[in-house]
Design a protein around this ligand. Structure first.
Ligand SMILES: [Zn+2]
Length: 248
């Protein structure tokens, strides 16, 4: 069985044209020889413990205990603005913030380790070592009043989801995986990474270095101005939006 799997992996590597490989979950998969990307997910180092800060009380949850201290300041301002808007108030909560590589491994590798299973899972989850959550700069938001939409497409139809689409960029957050993104990752309206509104805010330059490869290759300069029909799957209708500027 093991021999068969190895053979399949070798065939997959040859077919993909890749010349290097990675072994997430112990399975050999193709790795982009230039970027180290696996299944379209770029490499991300885990944040140093000294750079992590507690998530704000009232926002923190079991999956969102800490985040990068530089993003924490921006998150505080974002939450204050949300609280001041009656349509949102205290609805926003953190579903997932900083996630260690070890924790990511537990999530990604827990349900089948075949090449096909890992490739399919990569549409909605990053292989360990390739998750933006490891940087501490990325947050999955939820809406308390519609918890059933947690990490689901219908989050975009919640008050919190709509408010983030209109306002998160003002605080330096951009949606990592908008509908129709070139990275091949499923649309994730709940998943926002902090890059600062410009290079001026404390830590923004560092965050932009971390996400530079992703921003250059797959710029988040397209967002959905209106909700897609739910269901079916989101229709990528795009329009200019006030996103953080790209320093490319
Ligand atoms: Zn996420």
């Amino acid at each position: 069985m093991r021999t068969t799997l190895s053979l399949l992996s070798a065939v997959a590597l040859a077919w993909s044209g890749a010349t290097s490989a990675a072994t997430p979950c112990g399975t050999t998969v193709a790795e982009n020889p230039d970027t180290g990307a696996v299944f379209g997910h770029l490499l991300y180092a885990e944040a140093a413990a000294a750079d992590l800060a507690a998530a704000p009380p009232g926002f923190a949850g079991p999956g969102c205990e800490v985040l990068h201290r530089d993003a924490a300041a921006a998150l505080d301002r974002l939450l204050a603005a949300a609280r001041a808007d009656p349509s949102v108030g205290i609805a926003l909560y953190g579903v997932s913030c900083f996630r260690s590589v070890s924790r990511q491994s537990g999530i990604y590798c827990s349900r089948g380790r075949s090449l096909a299973a890992l490739a399919a899972r990569a549409r909605t989850s990053a292989p360990p070592g390739h998750s933006e959550h490891a940087t501490g700069y990325t947050i999955d938001f939820g809406d308390r009043r519609r918890r059933s939409c947690e990490v689901g497409a219908c989050f975009a139809d919640t008050a919190a989801g709509r408010w983030l689409l209109a306002n998160a960029p003002t605080f330096g957050f951009e949606m990592s995986f908008p509908a129709g993104n070139g990275q091949g990752v499923a649309w994730e309206p709940w998943h926002w990474r902090w890059v600062g509104t410009s290079i001026i805010p404390d830590g923004a330059l560092t965050a932009r270095k971390v996400f530079g490869p992703a921003r250059r290759r797959y710029p988040s300069d397209r967002v959905q101005p209106d909700l897609p029909p739910l269901p079916p799957a989101p229709v990528p209708i795009f329009a200019p939006a006030p996103l953080p500027d790209l320093d490319r």
